[in-house]
Write a protein of this length. Structure first.
Length: 256
């Protein structure tokens, strides 16, 4: 009987050892626990999952985009042929391309819904104004990501839609002509335009979005989640701690 009682303890120690080792040297385990198990208002609802859904949509776009980049060739002579090859010949290429194509619309729609929820709940007010600004920048970067990705198939629809978009940007005061010339990579749309759009779509804009998302999540964790406007609990009220049987930390004294 005593041997049976000691076996779970040894198993638990074996499981905890690598986690304790990582926690002592990095603090990552405690940070992840705080991120996943932090306290939120008791009257939160499904509307407050729109942010997580938007993040999931972005991760799907990132993963499918990396897979597509393995087969896509950003040159005027090979771009459309590589898209046909992905769709018709690469295993499950049609699925990956479809997820990336329609996922872009899902990503934008979820961002609008998430920002609508934030506006409805008044979560853009003090002290969360900076997080609202960061969210607006993420929306702008997401729409710019969709614009730069639209040209990559290099078919008639993509070409003329990009011509319209670039000419529209060119009408902006002061910086418009310079912006249009930068996007075109010259005086007219050609191979340099495709290269510019591909680098923006794959490198610059995703990097900016990732940085903004990290800052956005940090501010959410730091400032907390907003209660719905119909909440009966006063926001910022003093929290009453309740005793818990859950182990406080992975290492002795970590949760003290």
């Amino acid at each position: 009987m005593s041997a049976r009682r000691r076996q779970p303890s040894r198993l638990q120690q074996a499981v905890d050892f690598p986690l304790d080792w990582l926690e002592e040297r990095s603090g990552l385990v405690g940070g992840v626990k705080y991120f996943l198990f932090r306290k939120v208002p008791s009257d939160t609802n499904w509307m407050q999952t729109l942010g997580s859904a938007t993040l999931t949509a972005f991760l799907v776009q990132a993963v499918t985009g990396v897979i597509l980049a393995m087969y896509y060739q950003p040159t005027p002579n090979d771009a459309y042929a590589s898209i046909v090859n992905i769709t018709d010949h690469v295993t499950l290429g049609w699925l990956v391309r479809g997820m990336h194509k329609w996922g872009a619309s899902v990503f934008i729609i979820l961002m609008f819904l998430h920002m609508g929820r934030v506006f409805l709940f008044g979560a853009y007010k003090y002290p969360r104004e900076l997080n609202w600004i960061v969210g607006v920048l993420i929306l702008a970067m997401g729409m710019l990501e969709g614009f730069t990705g639209y040209l990559l198939p290099w078919d008639q629809t993509a070409y003329w839609a990009s011509v319209g978009g670039i000419n529209l940007n060119g009408t902006a005061p002061f910086l418009g002509p310079f912006l249009a010339q930068f996007l075109r990579g010259g005086q007219e749309i050609g191979g340099d335009t495709l290269t510019h759009f591909y680098s923006l779509h794959m490198l610059l804009i995703p990097g900016a979005i990732i940085g903004l998302i990290v800052l956005h999540l940090y501010l959410v964790i730091r400032l907390g989640v907003t209660s719905p406007p119909w909440s009966k609990e006063a926001a910022g009220g003093e929290r009453v701690e309740r005793p818990s049987d859950v182990r406080k930390g992975l290492i002795p004294g970590a949760g003290d």
